[in-house]
Design a protein around this ligand. Structure first.
Ligand SMILES: *Cc1c(COP(=O)(O)O)cnc(C)c1O
Length: 442
């Protein structure tokens, strides 16, 4: 099928030779970061100029490739808003946090976040190809002084070696694909030497900011480390160019399954129709929408936040209306380290002991007759049940269903409920007369 996607270059780059434009190192060293530079590509608004001239704002950098995707005549362009700071970025809001996901608290060694039972997040660099204004890790990202050191990397590897329950390592940062090729290869080699690590994942926005980094050489190097998965980060259909399509093609041909993680952003992609266009274009380039995140409560991102209802509305507009492959899971990454929580419209309307009432995307309401003779699954004869290894404190509701636990209690529950009211009365029960009708309960 012919590609519907196009290639763009801002007028100031028209005379850059092909070899330079397609060289990722050229793209990196020609990034734009000042009001003066950016003004050569697009006329700045007052708000943008003010933000760019403010000391201490989160790092600004845009590749020539990515800035070329912006329509310079549109101050509300969805790519522009993701990458050019505005004065709203300096506004505080209620519940704003520096480390909203409490990642630092979950780090057994610097740069390694072990939040879930069988997988870890490994922050391998603080550098990116360009900087998203709503970055959830703006507390460390962009700062070259905070980059991880060799000793820290060795500590991360040591931790992984002695933690056999980790079977999945997710490399992120910063962006792992801006690392020097040799360093990245060494990192992957060291991880692959650990036998209990089954899958390696990379989270990267490089294919979006700088698709020329995805050379055949990179794809060939990555495929030595299978099973390896990669998630990209596209928020708007305008980000899907001919170059991104080609980069995705190179990666999928190397056997790397591609997923996409988007962030729901006010004024960028808070539209059911834009989202539908986005996810359909993603599956066209063989990228499976994975997560759509509710915007985190992070400093600088206040003006990007939407109500949760917007996310529900988007999923309502996708499920059933388009290919199931194109529908991401909508996720709230709960503040304070609560982790990822899926949220979705309700499809189960009611139940009786033999019937469920469900509705579809069209509003058609129907019933599902439940089996009357279900032979209950027997854990005693199931080899998977026999081999289960319960992890204390992490079984969650599964533990309740399994019968391993009877309840989950909020902190201080026991103290609170031992205040003595009921027990005290029962002790002196003889002093209490039953209340008769008409007695006053003084
Ligand atoms: C998101 C995340 C993961 C991966 O979660 P999945 O739901 O498996 O994609 C792992 N660790 C941390 C700390 C994360 O934030």
């Amino acid at each position: 099928m012919p590609s519907p996607f196009i290639s763009k270059r801002a007028p100031i780059y028209q005379n850059v030779p092909e070899e330079k434009w397609n060289d990722w190192r050229w793209q990196l060293s020609n990034r734009l970061n000042s009001a003066e530079d950016i003004e050569k590509v697009l006329p700045l608004t007052e708000s943008e100029r003010k933000a760019l001239q403010t000391q201490g704002i989160f790092r600004v950098d845009v590749t020539p490739y990515y800035i070329s995707l912006i329509d310079p005549t549109d101050p509300e362009d969805p790519i522009r808003k993701q990458i050019i700071p505005r004065s709203e970025e300096m506004q505080a809001f209620t519940a704003m946090m520096e480390d909203s996901l409490a990642e630092d608290k979950h780090s057994p060694v610097p740069g390694l976040v072990h939040r879930y039972p069988d997988r870890v997040l490994m922050l391998v660099t603080t550098q990116c190809a360009s900087y998203c204004r709503y970055c959830t890790r703006s507390r460390i990202v962009g700062d070259p002084g905070q980059t991880f050191k060799r000793e820290e990397f060795e500590m991360q590897i040591e931790y992984l070696k002695r933690t056999p329950q980790v079977r999945d390592v997710l490399l992120s940062g910063g962006d792992p694909l801006v690392l020097a090729p040799k360093i990245l290869e060494e990192l992957l080699t060291r991880l692959r030497e650990i036998p209990h690590i089954e899958i390696i994942r990379i989270g990267s926005r490089v294919p979006v900011f700088m698709p020329m980094r995805v050379t055949q050489e990179l794809a060939d190097m990555l495929q030595k480390f299978h099973p390896l998965w990669l998630n990209i980060h596209v928020n708007h259909p305008n980000e899907i160019s001919l170059e991104l399509e080609q980069a995705a093609d190179r990666l999928t041909r190397a056997g790397i399954p591609l997923g996409n993680q988007s962030v729901l952003l006010a004024g960028v992609n808070d539209c059911v129709h834009a989202q539908r266009d986005l996810v359909q274009k993603l599956v066209r380039i063989r990228v499976r929408p994975y997560y759509l995140y509710q915007c985190d409560l992070v400093e600088g991102a206040g003006h990007f936040r939407t109500p949760i209802a917007k996310g529900i509305e988007i999923i309502e507009g996708l499920r059933g209306h388009t290919s199931g492959y194109a529908v991401p899971q909508y996720i709230i990454d709960a503040p304070g380290g609560g982790g990822k929580i899926p949220v979705m419209p309700n499809y189960l309307l009611s139940m009786s002991d033999h019937k469920a009432i469900v509705r579809n995307y069209e509003g058609y309401i129907t019933t599902y007759e439940e089996p009357t003779e279900y032979k209950i699954h027997d854990p005693k004869t199931c080899k998977f049940c026999q081999n289960k290894r319960p992890e204390p404190g992490q079984t969650g509701l599964t533990g309740l269903l399994d019968g391993d636990e009877m309840f989950i209690k909020p902190e201080n529950f026991d103290q609170l409920h031992e205040r003595g009211g009921i027990q005290h009365r029962l002790k002196d029960a003889s002093k209490w007369k039953p209340l008769g009708i008409g007695d006053s309960a003084e």
